[in-house]
Design a protein around this ligand. Structure first.
Ligand code: SF4
Ligand code: SF4
Length: 105
């Protein structure tokens, strides 16, 4: 199962995708994140609680600004993705000229 954390606005779309099937809860991304934006929590998957990484709830609506302060998602230079041994976490950034406003997590 892939979970998405982020939003889109007039400047573009930014979100972090986490594949719970690939995440082994090793915490490498959590310890490498310079903004302390990630956490490991139990998630109910396939009739069981499985520890997986998520974006902290209070960081979701500002995650793009958090990530661009010390990482560089525009150039695929993000500490969480480069440190993940299973490619379970990815950051996506697209610029747009259309004006949209929505949130999702
Ligand atoms: S992109 Fe950087 S700041 Fe954002 S969650 Fe990953 S490691 Fe943390
Ligand atoms: S580094 Fe990858 S496998 Fe480890 S907790 Fe983070 S997303 Fe999961």
């Amino acid at each position: 199962m892939i979970s998405y954390y982020g939003y889109s606005d007039a400047s573009g779309e930014y979100y972090i995708a986490i594949d719970s099937n690939k995440c082994n809860a090793c915490q490498k991304c959590v310890t490498q994140c310079p903004q302390n934006a990630l956490q490991i929590i139990p998630m109910f998957i396939d009739l069981d609680d499985k520890p997986v990484v998520t974006v902290k709830e209070n960081q979701c609506n500002k995650i793009r600004y958090i990530c661009t302060q010390q990482c560089n998602p525009e150039k695929n230079q993000t500490k969480c993705t480069t440190t993940c041994p299973t490619q379970a976490i990815t950051c996506h950034f697209t610029q747009t000229t259309t004006s949209t406003s929505s949130t999702f997590n």
